[in-house]
Write a protein that binds this ligand. Sequence first.
Ligand SMILES: [Fe+2]
Length: 400
Amino acid sequence: MATTHFTYNPIPLPPSADPVHFKDFGRKVEGFDPAKIDDSQMEEIIEMLYKHSILLFKNLKLTPKQQFEMTHAFDPKTESYGHGNNKTGSTKASILHPDLKTIPHQPQVQLIGNGRVPEVYEGLDHPQLKHPHHRTFHKEPVSLEDEENGITRFYRWHIDAALYALSPPKVTTLYAVKVPQGEPQTCRYDDGTGDELKVPLGGTVFVSGKNMFDILPEQYKSLAVRTKVRYAPHPYVWMSKAHALPTGLGIENEGLEMDLEDLPEWDESKIKVFPVCWKNPVTGSLHLQVHPCGAHQLLIDPLPPTSSRENALYPDGATVTDLAQVRDILYKLQRPGISPELCYAQDWEEGDLVLFHNRGLLHSVVGAFTPDQLRMFHQCNLAASDEPLGPDAEDLKTHA
Ligand SMILES: [Fe+2]
């Protein structure tokens, strides 16, 4: 399709990013006016998002209603917020609960950020917001002294998804209303590699799930296309007492997950089993898409009979139920994909709108704010009307 409506330029990459891996990743869109959007313009935006994973719009004025409508255009058959709108009852213990404030007149749009809003805002009375701090989630947070020197962590690498009962949203839209100014910070991996990443204060870091797959050695690609992840029921409740790895890419093995019988009532039919690789509906590329924290079991298919068994991992297939082993396998598949040169950190300015392909990348917040630093974002995503597709027969022939 020719891009006839808007102009698309590469997004500005930080010096840490290796441009080789970002040729198709991220576009800055010019000429867009949310008050004048029509169907054929939106069609172009949708196609460009699937091709480029992130679209950035600068200096926008965007109402919650316009944001919902843009988000909705990606999946017209759905209406409800990606985590559902019932925030009481069974989901109370969820670790996501405190981070979200629903905008009353547009309940699919959430106000997120940090600090106390000094007014009635979009119908919310002086809402108190809290930017997630890795100290509340990581097993061994950085020392206070290091933190004063600007050291931070990836809070949690994730896909925006309930991972139970609801299907992962196709797109997430993030609109920056208020962005506090401050010095850049250093995000430290603290996993023995010495890796670190310069990040803007309170930035959002993205990595491409396509890169994550493409850089794997052949035997891991074969494993990735043959594997499905079974997520825990109510995963955010299940993991609510557990701690994360210092990279934010999964959970430490401390045995702190809740017993399944102690979880709020759950139903086998609502448990999510997703392929490790999700097929891009426009490009056909495979994106390695796993929310490592919620993973409970791995279901590995055997090699096809025509494939060579030399160096193959799990050639006969397996059901991996040991959590430590599940996490070890996923870490080997995912850790290469979050290396500093593969990270894009969005340096937010007020009026920025970012659309990201939630089924094609992983993201994490970074940084720490003081209580008086006011940050306000509107976030919207919708539980999808269908499930992500895995590798097809052709992909298996190529990679398995
Ligand atoms: Fe998110």
